[in-house]
Design a protein around this ligand. Structure first.
Ligand code: PAF
Length: 281
């Protein structure tokens, strides 16, 4: 497995594969890879002849007071995980490679980006859409893999691919969890021992919401109230949002009548964690 740092190197490698008639899968990441990322890479390896993984902590998707400078990084361990999962190429650019001097173009989306995480992270999804568009244009994959933990991001990428006519199949992959239920996330490393124990409240409230819906509850407020009460029982937890939204548009719904996303964002101490489940009618 090779690690390259420039756009030219990625293009040359992908061109060679294309000339051999090989298909290309792509897993965009910000590194500090865990089992959740690995499941995306394994899916790509299963479905494509070659797999490219990008590792780039994208500055444009972090707000001013967010954790860009402290975001965890470990290229050696990431490379080991990629080798183990049989990825073929890591693209690990410097910020200047992705955003050279004079860079002033962005991809912005309305509607979907203004709900849920978009409310407390107003610049986030513009940065995600911009970097993912750039990465798609650099790698030009047949398929790209995203985790369902970032369900709003996945819905936004699907919308962007449709709206901007990217010829790429977007594959969503299920949430991977720790043994106690906490969704795997690079940000879990911010939690101290006490916070780590408290963080299980997210998956507990998700399990409660899911049980209610599966038992026939269709009123969004009833589900939100039960999940909110559950999360509030944990003293270290502070709710950012608990919402029931249309799975495609991310707009709030009152009654569950078609496919919905039930999504939460909760601060445990200073760490903001997210979780969700989808319900398809
Ligand atoms: O989900 C992530 O890790 C990032 O938002 C992504 C898609 C790699 C873009 O920087």
């Amino acid at each position: 497995m090779k690690i390259v740092r420039t756009v030219i190197e990625v293009r040359e490698q992908v061109k060679k594969w294309r000339e051999q008639g090989l298909s290309v899968g792509f897993v965009p990441t910000m590194g500090y890879l865990h089992e959740g990322h690995k499941s995306l890479i394994l899916k790509s390896v299963e479905q494509n002849d070659r797999t490219v993984v990008s590792i780039f902590v994208n500055p444009t998707q972090f707000g001013e007071n967010e954790d860009l400078s402290t975001y965890p990084r470990d290229l050696d361990s990431d490379a080991a995980l990629c080798t183990d999962a049989k990825a073929d190429l890591i693209f690990h650019p410097e910020p200047e490679q992705m955003y050279p001097q004079g860079f002033c173009t962005g991809v912005n989306m309305s509607v979907l980006t203004q709900e849920l995480c978009g409310k407390s992270r107003p610049v986030h999804f513009g940065g995600v859409c911009t970097v993912v568009s750039k990465l798609f244009n650099i790698v030009k994959p047949d398929r790209a893999y995203f985790g369902e933990k970032d369900a709003q991001q996945l819905a936004i990428i699907r919308r962007m691919v449709e709206d901007l006519n990217f010829d790429i199949e977007i594959v969503g992959c299920p949430i991977v969890r720790e043994s106690d239920g906490l969704a795997k996330s690079s940000r879990n490393t911010y939690l101290n021992t006490e916070e780590r124990k408290a963080a299980v409240i997210l998956s507990k409230s998700i399990a409660l919401g899911k049980e209610l819906v599966q038992n026939g509850e269709r009123d969004a407020q009833t589900i939100i109230k039960a999940m909110t009460e559950k999360i509030s029982s944990e003293p270290l937890a502070r709710i950012d949002y608990v919402e029931v939204v249309d799975a495609l548009t991310m707009q709030k719904v009152q009654k569950i009548e078609k496919s919905v996303l039930v999504a939460i964002a909760v601060f445990i101490g200073k760490t903001r964690l997210i979780d969700n489940f989808s319900f398809n009618i």
